[in-house]
Design a protein around this ligand. Structure first.
Ligand SMILES: CC(C)(COP(=O)(O)OP(=O)(O)OC[C@H]1O[C@@H](n2cnc3c(N)ncnc32)[C@H](O)[C@@H]1OP(=O)(O)O)[C@@H](O)C(=O)NCCC(=O)NCCS
Length: 192
């Protein structure tokens, strides 16, 4: 891995973005799409559609947007999807999605930091399970998820279509500790 100390790394949840930040975010997103992953889009979108997407994300109450910065510039993002209010039965779980770092900022530990910040936020919000799914072709992401403790519980054989072929998807979860109330392990084993 490259030398992280050479760069200033930062991950934050954002509720608004100025024009320059939005430009960086859209550029990073298109760069990741071109390289092949992190979003459902299969080809670069350009600024307007991506900006519409991110403005929408900022408006949706159940979606939290996290941005990764290198030396002050946005180079990646992730979204945390929390269950809607009517879904009380699954209020304990949340979903991590659309996590990527632009190719020009990879290998410095930003994705690790992004995962950590999203998990900390989800745990502080009271969630005890974080779910995610990923195309089986995203080997770097899979190595990272497994390295930071995600457990593979199932494979969907018909998960996505990309470049004219069907791709399987791997489903993972990780248990979180909210830091208050009963321990997650105790809570789960008690009800099994
Ligand atoms: C997966 C991804 C987010 C990793 O971003 P990153 O900032 O480069 O990752 P980090 O620098 O934090 O490295 C985390 C781990 O990834 C792996 N990794 C990173 N760069 C790697 C490389 N060049 N070759 C192999 N493994 C690598 C290592 O396992 C590393 O662990 P380490 O800290 O023990 O070395 C990035 O490659 C990406 O955006 N990929 C495409 C999008 C995607 O697949 N997203 C998941 C779908 S939701």
């Amino acid at each position: 891995m490259a030398h992280a100390a050479a760069h200033q790394l930062d991950v934050q949840r954002v509720e608004e973005l100025n024009d320059a930040e939005m430009g960086e975010l859209c550029e990073a997103t298109d760069a990741a799409i071109i390289e092949g992953g992190g979003f459902g889009w299969l080809g670069p979108q350009g600024r307007a559609p991506l900006e519409r997407h991110f403005r929408g994300v900022l408006l949706v109450p159940e979606r939290e947007l996290f941005v990764a910065r290198m030396d002050g510039h946005i180079v990646g993002s992730a979204q945390l999807v929390r269950p809607p209010r009517n879904n009380e039965a699954q209020a304990f779980a949340a979903q991590l999605t659309h996590a990527y770092i632009a190719p020009y900022a990879r290998g410095f530990g930003l994705a690790r930091l992004l995962m950590k910040r999203v998990e900390e936020y989800a745990a502080a919000a009271g969630h005890r399970v974080l779910n995610l799914d990923v195309r089986e072709t995203q080997s770097t992401a899979i190595a990272l998820f497994e390295a930071v403790g995600y457990r593979h519980w199932g494979t969907h054989p018909f998960y996505a279509r990309a470049d004219g072929r069907t791709v399987a998807g791997l489903h993972y979860y990780k248990l979180l500790e909210p830091g208050r109330g009963r321990k997650t392990d105790a809570l789960i084993s008690e009800s099994q």
